[in-house]
Write a protein that binds this ligand. Sequence first.
Ligand code: AMP
Length: 394
Amino acid sequence: MNFISLRNIDVNGKVVLLRADLNVPTKDGIITDYTRIDRVKKTIDYLRKNGAKTIVMSHFGRPKGKVNKKYSLKFIVPSLSERWECDVAFFDDCLDEQARKNINNGEVRLLENVRFYEGEENNCSDFAKKLAKGADIFVNDAFSAAHRAHASTEAIAHILPSACGFLMEEELNCLNKALENPQKPVAAIVGGAKISTKLDLLNNLVKKVDILVLGGGMANNFIYAQGGNIGNSLCEKEMKDIVIQVIENAKNYKCKIILPIDGVASKEFKENPETFIVKADDIPDDLDRLDIGDKTIDMIKSELADVKTLIWNGPMGAFEMKPFDHGTNELAKFVADKTISGDMISVAGGGDTVAALENAGVSDKFTYISTAGGAFLEWLEGKTLPAVAALIKQ
Ligand code: AMP
């Protein structure tokens, strides 16, 4: 892909404005997951080692264009210093001109939340110019914010010479390998709850993959649309015609759709209830199918036996409640084993997928797990990510 990598530009002595995504999850003011901080470290290390004067900017929460101390990034500074193993000075206004001055080579500074200004979410070029003032280079390492055209991700890339950070580059390369330029045959596993949130994604995938495996509550829509009885299972029945259209699209693009043939069902939506093995298209009226069954698991494994590239979004069942994580866990382990033995490239992400694969104990065994959420899904939907497009255009 045609973007400039950080490693191809000279950053020595330059003021580098680095857009990171430090919108970390918190509970009662405590960070509950450091992934977003840790994943930027490679870029930070490189910039420090190569003598850049690094100024990090990020959003945090949704302050809606107003200063709101609840969304201040100040609390994150000790964690940045600890995880990035360097001092990080904080400036409590992202436009503070002093923040861009008297900075030493190798030094790292953090600016206050860019969303304290309305111009950020409006993608205002005047605001982007103010952000850029005093900086020499813009580096974007916030793939997870790339689906929004905001001043600190999009407009600024038209103002300063711009490059891709290492995390952004890794995401783009992995997604490109999985979807745009994959080793064939390529398959996608799509699960989750609601078909209405996944239509764009399914319609894009049927054009690109050879096999589309459907699971989760979402698969019920396909079984119902083809005349099956799904009992009391999750289904958006009003989507029937649209689902039939997806099936037609798949036929046109020679994409094989694989649906569950059996399942584990229950009368109650709770942990460890009484369960019943059912045929997926003949479920008694009082039962809700909450997972795929063993026959389906075996069938999917044999369908995926020769697949070289796999994309995964969404769990196969209501994985938060045991035993309905079984189908997701079994398939996740199968994909992880194939990945480790070098037979498959596996890329997963979006929604609850990361949590489901963590629950299966395989999140470090896939080729790549994207933590980008919305940006990952929009990529799967075939949409152009504005902040990525701005970098590619350079
Ligand atoms: P998504 O964010 O679209 O990937 O959906 C994830 C949600 O789908 C999880 O909360 C799962 O519990 C839910 N889910 C998956 N399969 C089923 C099912 N068969 N019935 C009800 N909910 C399900």
